[in-house]
Design a protein around this ligand. Structure first.
Ligand SMILES: NC(=O)c1ccc[n+]([C@@H]2O[C@H](COP(=O)([O-])OP(=O)(O)OC[C@H]3O[C@@H](n4cnc5c(N)ncnc54)[C@H](O)[C@@H]3O)[C@@H](O)[C@H]2O)c1
Length: 612
């Protein structure tokens, strides 16, 4: 007979505990909510009422249901109130000694058959369990933040957890409307093991002034479709909690340097900048606990100089110094290349009202690009997003050429030829001879150092990277890559052009992977390593990232779309440039590529696509 959970206890009503109380009470379970002091209890109660009031205001919860929900919760100070509950979920700060003390106490207070669960993110459930006389009834129930919203629960079974306890907890998760994945006791479980290296890396980028907080967050939201950027997520998690998780993962997870907390995190914790809960972390919030970001001294200012290029577009400057520089007026664009990216970029500029000169290697290629642009614009017409007149006007703005000399009077050149340094360098040397002075020369390279291309010209200050994402007409992000020689004016112009295209330009330094790929691919590679270690299945790992972190696709789904060969090539570049041992490509990824399992394009990658 499965256990009936009619009443549960929650210990610690902070960021997670208050949300966990809400999850239980919403699903008809009586909750005893416990804190360490009256003050803390009031804070916890305020988080719960704040969250349920917001749900009512948004029309997601009826007033009567909210009242019923709140009536199921009894608040108490001290663990003694938990003597008759069937299950306890502990959600106190991430310190092993504190959790062990609480479990020893719970073991004394709770009835013998009660299950004792921890919401720890990174500590060993096994080590917590041995503080009790019933380690077989101790389990991890790892909810995700915010608990009422995120669907995933990681159920962590230790080597001594009884099978019936696991089964009963899995059934409870279903009753709570959650999707559970059951795994063994390893630092960070699935989601955090894949998430925290990425978060720490993003903080490192911020700490080293590689990019601004706004640009790092915008890059990951717009480039990968994530629900929030890494720094905003650090603020949501809480920097003190994030620090403890990283520290534990570093110590338990083989001392991977990528988990050694970036020094800035500790400094911010010491300074009381804990994120949303204290009202300030990487961003500043309206008040402690509020999700509303308010401007502070780091907020980019929109200055006169940052106005667009005459098209009326305004953008928020953010690159080092670029907010002080004036963008040049750009009306005529040269685009070199005839591949997927060049074709998309031609469409983007023509649609935005620029006069475009497309240079390809011959009339045949130009005809092909013309057809592709026309087909794509026609799709817009069919979907009612573009009028026939606008389509014709856009096509009419494109001049087709096979001679670089036709770029003599353009204001900006975007190079999108094959990803080979020698070819790009030769092209930039030619552009240097042909183009008028002061023109911005941009490369769309996704993996080569922009400075190498810049130094092929006599005007490296005018060279910048403009990394568009595929498909260019749809993706809202462009990485604006500054080399150590790029002038502030060039960056300002590049950024203003992005804004005029209706895209967000994020400014970053000239390092392998820029922002998005440098943060994304190591995470994908880590997922492959996790699969290779047989810790979990591809399906469960994909589930964990989608349902626990709100990612639009799981890592294996994404790898199959991107192409395993592409992922391997990018990962190799990152490894070569940064020499970070943790970036070494997963052997399984190498083997799959060698075997020709490249993802959707070859019919098989991590999954077989021929039978779907
Ligand atoms: N923050 C997240 O995003 C997140 C997500 C999943 C899991 N977790 C895990 O959940 C746990 C709690 O993290 P959090 O972010 O909610 O922390 P938090 O600091 O926001 O809240 C902890 C709460 O525990 C209370 N507390 C401390 N000692 C206590 C005691 N002896 N008895 C009762 N209450 C006590 C504190 O007063 C505080 O309200 C940690 O193990 C963390 O790793 C956190």
């Amino acid at each position: 007979m499965a256990r009936e959970f009619t009443s549960v206890g929650v210990v610690g009503l902070g960021t997670m505990g208050a949300g966990i109380v809400e999850v239980f009470a919403r699903n008809g379970v009586d909750v005893v909510a416990v804190e360490i002091s009256e003050d803390a209890l009031q804070r916890g109660r305020a988080i719960l009422t704040g969250s349920t009031d917001r749900a009512v205001a948004k029309g997601k919860l009826a007033e009567a249901d909210r009242d019923a929900l709140l009536s199921r919760v009894r608040f108490a100070v001290g663990l003694d109130a938990l003597h008759s509950v069937d299950l306890v979920v502990e959600a106190v700060p991430e310190h092993l000694d504190l959790k062990q003390r609480i479990f020893a106490e719970l073991d004394r207070v709770c009835k013998p058959e009660a299950i004792l669960a921890t919401n720890t993110s990174s500590l060993s459930v096994t080590e917590i369990s041995v503080a009790t006389t019933r380690p077989n009834q101790v389990i991890g129930i790892h909810f995700f933040n915010p608990a009422p919203v995120m669907k995933l629960v990681e159920v962590v079974r230790t080597v001594v957890t009884s099978a019936d306890v696991v089964a009963d907890v899995e059934a409870l998760c279903k009753r709570l409307g959650k999707v559970d994945v059951t795994i063994s006791d390893r630092a960070g479980f699935i989601a955090n093991a894949l998430l925290f290296g990425y978060l720490n890396h993003a903080v490192g980028m911020f700490e080293s002034h590689y990019a601004t907080r706004e640009d790092i967050d915008a890059a990951m939201k717009l480039g990968c479709g994530l629900p929030m950027g890494p720094l905003a997520l650090m603020d949501l998690i809480g920097l003190d909690t994030a620090y403890e998780i990283l520290d534990t993962m570093y110590r338990r997870g083989g001392r991977d340097r990528r988990h050694a907390p970036v020094p800035l995190i500790k400094q911010m914790v010491t300074a009381g900048l804990l994120g949303r809960k204290s009202g300030r972390g990487f961003y500043t919030y309206e008040r402690p606990g509020s999700p509303v970001v308010v401007p502070d001294e780091r907020t980019p200012v929109v200055t006169e100089a940052a106005l667009g290029d005459g098209t009326g577009a305004i953008y928020a400057a953010g690159g080092a110094g670029s907010e002080l520089a004036s963008p040049a007026v750009v009306t005529k664009i040269g685009i070199v290349g005839s591949g997927t990216m060049a074709t998309g970029i031609i469409e983007v500029f023509a649609k935005a009202g620029y006069e475009v000169v497309s240079v390809t290697r011959g009339a045949e290629k130009s005809a092909k690009v013309f057809e592709a642009v026309k087909t794509s614009l026609n799709k817009g017409v069919v979907r009612g997003k573009l009028s026939e007149t606008d389509r014709d006007a856009a096509l009419g703005r494109i001049n087709w050429s096979a001679t670089l000399e036709h770029l003599a009077d353009v204001d900006l050149v975007v190079e999108a030829v094959v990803e080979e340094l020698s070819v790009k360098k030769a092209l930039f040397a030619s552009l240097d001879e042909i183009c008028k002075p002061g023109v911005v020369l941009a490369t769309t390279t996704s993996s080569l150092p922009v400075i190498d291309v810049a130094m092929a010209t006599q005007r490296p200050a005018d060279v910048v990277g403009l990394h568009f994402f595929n498909p260019a007409p749809l993706m809202p992000l462009v990485e604006v890559v500054e080399t150590i020689r790029t002038s502030a004016e060039t960056t300002a112009t590049a950024r203003a052009v992005c804004a005029a295209l209706g895209k967000t330009g994020v400014v970053c330094g000239d390092r392998s992977g820029f922002i998005v790929n440098a943060l994304l691919f190591p995470y994908l590679n880590d997922a492959v390593k996790m699969l290779e270690a047989s810790y979990s299945t591809a399906d469960d790992i994909d589930h964990a990232m989608k349902l626990g972190c709100g990612y639009p696709m799981g890592p294996f789904e994404l790898l199959d779309v991107v192409g395993l060969d592409v992922a391997l090539a990018i990962q190799r570049e990152l490894y070569l440039e940064l020499r970070e041992p943790g970036f070494a490509p997963a052997p399984l990824l190498e083997h799959l590529v060698t075997a020709g399992y490249l993802g959707r394009k070859s019919g098989r990658g991590f999954r077989d696509h021929t039978r779907r």
